[in-house]
Design a protein around this ligand. Structure first.
Ligand code: ZN
Length: 272
């Protein structure tokens, strides 16, 4: 069955990558940004010998733009919130819900990951490290949509909380300040959207969305998929594709200018 399902996706142009037997470890040299399967017969042999496989999300489909986008529910309650009417696979902890979407942005919410460009998802009938099977719940008919971000459920979710800083970690990414401090005043005076416009005007042109959460082409890596997010309420920014781009408005300025936070404080303090 692994071969049958891998072939269904291969035939629809989805890039496949080999994964070690009963694990989530991609074979060396392969990955969404590296090498992918080019010869299916050889790959079928690998699967026959017990190998797992993954699908590169953001690829495949019949349209010029777009590709496979999978909602990866870690929280089954969120999954139950809607009849998804599309190919669904049960995972060890939740569900994978498949779409062909024009919008292939990836995003992480609390309890739900949107797997699009640059990501991969374990294929149906692969075997999880705990021995459970990624089991299809229905026929592999995939619904075509514009964007998973149009689902009302997703607009209600928030990105996961920033992790607490490990002991002894540099403070720069976790500097939330004290509301009475001069630093907090400087931060409060510069909304994150304005900071992007001032310090990353090219990236600012890509800002999309309304309300608290906005998406944009991350200013800190080569991004065409709006992997970057802006939290206009808490004045924070982040990126789902690169680790270094995350923090508050002050970090945004210091990263953009290649200066220290202290220098950024002076820069902004002087401009107020
Ligand atoms: Zn980035």
């Amino acid at each position: 069955m692994r071969i049958t399902y891998a072939q269904i996706f291969y035939d629809q142009g989805v890039a496949l990558i080999p994964v070690k037997t009963q694990s989530k470890h991609i074979l060396a040299g392969y990955g969404p940004h590296r090498r992918q399967v080019t010869q299916f017969p050889l790959f079928a042999e690998f699967l026959l010998n017990g190998g797992n496989y993954a699908l590169c999300t953001g690829t495949g489909g019949k349209h010029q733009s777009g590709g496979l986008v999978v909602l990866d529910f870690d929280n089954p309650e969120l999954f139950d919130a809607q009849a998804w009417n599309t190919f669904t696979v049960k995972t060890a902890r939740g569900y994978h819900v498949y779409f062909w979407a024009d919008d292939v942005r990836s995003f992480a919410f609390d309890g739900l990951d949107v797997l699009g460009a640059g990501k991969a998802v374990m294929g149906a009938y692969s075997i999880h490290p705990d021995g459970s099977i990624y089991e299809p719940q229905n026929q592999p008919k995939i619904r075509g949509i514009e964007s998973v971000f149009d689902f009302p459920l997703l607009s209600k979710l928030e990105p996961p909380k920033l992790p607490e800083p490990p002991k002894g970690a540099p403070k720069r990414f976790y500097n939330r300040g004290n509301s009475n401090s001069r630093v907090a005043q400087i931060k409060a005076a510069l909304p994150i959207l304005e900071a992007v416009q001032l310090f990353q005007p090219e990236a600012a042109k890509t800002i999309q969305g309304a309300g608290r959460w906005r998406q944009y082409n991350c200013a800190f890596h080569d991004d065409n998929h709006r992997s970057g997010w802006l939290d206009t309420e808490r004045n924070l920014f982040g990126c789902h594709a690169c680790d270094k781009a995350r923090g508050d408005v002050l970090n945004f300025v210091s990263l953009s200018r290649g200066i220290t936070n202290l220098e950024a404080i002076k820069l902004l303090g002087g401009a107020l």
